[in-house]
Design a protein around this ligand. Structure first.
Ligand code: DAH
Length: 352
């Protein structure tokens, strides 16, 4: 055996020892990969030993070539085997780290619910939808003509003053509507009778805040205009509504009142659902609870929208949603509805 051949064989053996030693020394996936690049790279002992193959006598090339491949395969397999072992170990560690204890109690996310005022509006809307009414709406920023003039409000009426109604800055013809009644006008301007509409909406008033007054509140307006509508229709309709909302066997009564847009005008009272008429704290010893304002649409209002007031008659009503909701649920101060205190709001959760 020529000296070059034995030198090359030794070089391969050394490369093998180095390679296997490097595999052994690696302590994790990273150092193993670094070692693999080093041992199998171009400048590594194995490559250098291979380079020596070019100058050996022909008859030895085959044997040395086989040895070279054998060493290379052995080293590669050693690396691959250890890489698999590291991979398994790392996976096991990660699984351990990410282990989920399925026996732990879960976090129950707090469930949201409709706001009590929204529920009240929907409840009332449902009752009137059941009576054949349709929903209507109008803008919260309203023309003062529709809010006052069309509704027969006298020019000198205090509600027109800036002390009671919010006007849009620099304008005397645009207000934040103080009631939903202008929606009556818009509904009538949009169509001919018969009209049966219900209009819930937000309103604004320059009021001192107290347990029964807010600057911003919700009303529900109702309007019926048709051939031959009488006060009996008004009372019958509102009786159905009040009983549906407050209690089926309760009595209702109409008490004379005044509104510029109705003639005659009235307030609807419902028998106190707490004391049933004998007098208590809720009804302030009256035995009756005031629910809403109403009346027969004033012919002047019908004429304003161009209806023939000789042919058509109608009734209208308007109620404060906060007031009705407070009555129905025994809430002593309507400001609670806007404080967003979950202890208060969750009381209504699930209560339909
Ligand atoms: N707009 C009145 C208010 O805000 C409520 C009202 C009373 C509306 C009588 C009506 C009605 O439609 O007929 O106090």
């Amino acid at each position: 055996m020529s000296p070059e051949v034995s030198d090359i064989m030794r070089a391969f053996e050394e490369a093998r020892d180095q390679g296997l030693a490097a595999v052994k020394e690696a302590t994790d996936g990273h150092s193993l990969e670094a070692a693999r690049i080093r041992i199998l790279g171009r400048k590594a002992p194995l490559s250098k030993a291979r380079a020596g193959l070019g100058s050996v006598p022909r008859e030895h090339v085959k044997t040395l070539g086989m040895l070279a491949n054998e060493v290379q395969t052995e080293i590669e397999q050693a690396f691959a085997k250890k890489a698999r072992a590291f991979g398994r170990a790392e996976r096991t560690k990660r699984w351990e780290r990410e282990r989920v204890d399925v026996t732990l109690p879960g976090d129950v996310p707090p469930a949201g619910a409709l706001h009590p005022l929204t529920k009240t509006i929907w409840e009332i809307v449902d009752i009137f939808i059941g009576l054949g009414y349709q929903l209507a709406e109008g803008p919260e920023v309203e023309l003062s003509t529709l809010n006052f003039d069309a509704l027969n409000q006298p020019f000198e009426h205090p509600s027109r003053s800036t002390r009671e109604t919010y006007y849009v800055a620099g304008r005397d013809d645009v207000v934040l509507r103080p009631h939903t009644s202008p929606v009556q006008i818009r509904a009538m301007e949009a169509q001919e009778p018969p009209i049966y509409v219900l209009a819930p909406g937000r309103c604004y008033r320059r009021d001192e805040l107290d347990p029964t007054h807010l600057n911003q509140f919700a009303q529900i307006e109702g309007l019926a205009v048709d051939d031959g509508i009488t006060m009996a229709d008004l009372k019958g309709t509102l009786e159905v509504f009040a009983r549906e909302l407050f209690g089926r066997d309760l009595d209702v009564r109409l008490r004379p009142h005044f509104f510029p847009f109705t003639e005659p005008s009235a307030e609807l009272d419902v028998e106190c659902f707490v004391c049933r008429g004998s007098g208590c704290r809720v009804c302030k010893q009256e035995g009756w609870i005031e629910v809403l304002g109403c009346g027969m649409v004033d012919p002047a209002v019908l004429e304003w929208v161009g209806y023939d007031s000789e042919r058509y008659t109608g009734f209208a009503f308007g109620m404060g949603v906060e007031r009705v909701a407070a009555l129905a649920h025994g809430v002593p101060d309507i400001r609670y509805f806007y404080e967003n205190d979950l202890r208060f709001l969750s009381y209504f959760q699930g209560a339909e």
